[in-house]
Design a protein around this ligand. Structure first.
Ligand code: 9D3
Length: 247
């Protein structure tokens, strides 16, 4: 997969390749290329921003350098143009999975107050946000997208990895995890995990995943169609939770 990123800070976006899953981007046939719109600015000072029509604080990214940069990319990448912005739809794993199956993508990272609206109307296919909080530009958002996609790409060589067992792959939060020792500061690991009965362990994990989703992210449950067995495990969790509350 090829990902082209338009950014005023190429080294920032490229630093996503320095750690973790994306380090081995090549093993996952991921090719990352950054493009600086400043190199497409026509005036001598290579200006990429200007004042906002209508006034007010903050600068806006100019149309022309971004447009010319996009035309150069489009000569070699026909993928969707994704603008990362606070005005976008809330990004989710379903969208990441969709993107991970594409041959190529173009990510557009904004700075300042954002980009000239006409570029969004003319050139942008989709606009996506990380969430309802403010970061200072689209680069970190692009890096999040790159990381999330990279870990889903099949490794050309090497071990099967855990991505397919992910939390969110099934629409639920993950169950709790424990490792040695079996007691820390007097707190024991749940005994079912030490007993070696794999059917019981699986049931406990599903129950915890359902229960934690019910407690912390109930809106995720609304989007799911639980099986009879899952509904029963959740009912057990809720009953035990309510009992605990009364104690
Ligand atoms: C005057 C209002 N502006 C500052 C509070 C709005 C604003 C402009 C540009 C807020 C943030 C940004 C830069 N943010 C991004 O480019 C961005 C982002 C984000 O801030 N939050 C969540 N997801 C994303 S994706 C890109």
């Amino acid at each position: 997969m090829k990902i082209d990123v338009i950014t005023l800070f190429p080294p920032l976006v490229e630093s996503v390749l320095a750690y973790g899953v994306v380090t081995r981007a090549k093993d996952r046939s991921l090719i990352l290329q950054t493009w600086n719109p400043r190199e497409f600015a026509k005036n001598r000072s290579q200006t990429v921003d200007d004042k906002s029509y209508g006034g007010g604080p903050g600068m806006v990214m100019k149309y022309q350098p971004l447009y010319d940069c996009l035309q150069a990319i489009k000569a070699q990448n026909q993928g969707q143009i994704i603008y990362l912005s606070p005005q976008g739809r809330l990004l989710n794993q379903k969208k990441i999975i969709d993107w991970s199956t594409q041959d190529s993508l173009i990510l557009l990272s904004g700075r300042y107050e954002g980009i000239d609206e006409r570029l969004i109307e003319n050139c942008v296919d989709e606009e996506w946000s990380l969430g309802d909080y403010v970061i200072s530009g689209g680069e970190l958002a692009a890096m999040v997208v790159i990381d999330a996609i990279a870990r889903l790409l099949p490794q050309v060589l090497g071990n099967e990895d855990s991505a397919s067992q992910d939390s969110f792959m099934n629409g639920l939060l993950d169950y709790p995890h424990y490792t040695r020792p079996d007691v820390t500061n007097g707190v024991k690991v749940p005994s079912v995990l030490l007993e070696g009965n794999h059917a019981n362990i699986e049931r406990w994990r599903i129950k915890q995943a359902l229960g934690r989703t019910w407690l912390r992210r109930p809106e995720l449950l609304d989007q799911l169609e639980l099986s009879k067995a899952e509904q029963q495990l959740l009912d057990e969790f809720i009953a035990e939770f309510n009992k605990q509350e009364c104690d």
